[in-house]
Design a protein. Sequence first.
Length: 134
Amino acid sequence: ADKEITNLLIKKLYRKSPLEIDGYPIFWPGRIYREKNFEVRAALLLALGTVMDSLNLLPALTIPLEDDMWKVRDAALQGFVKAARRLKLSEDEISSRMSQLDLTCTEFNPSFPIRRTYNRLAGDAEQSESGASS
């Protein structure tokens, strides 16, 4: 059921790619979104992170980390946090995928919402690494 839901979310979010691995469409940077509304894209990314079950699909969450809309970047990062927890990504795997992440946004608070999401991800990775070495 999760695979069907994942496929549905990816097809709604992106234009279909001719490449597939294990029945999942694969995407690459610069791929055009099918969904034009940034709020719908954000909701789809949150849902995708909840059901994603394959490392091969992480580009579907990391490509939007370069989106012009900070709310889409934040949703992609929140989805990535959920997927990283479920897939038990190492700190190195997380860092390599987050190296170019723009943590700024137009919503002004003493801390940026997208930075809080990133810090949660970094904290999870540290706990995972320390738990594995115990």
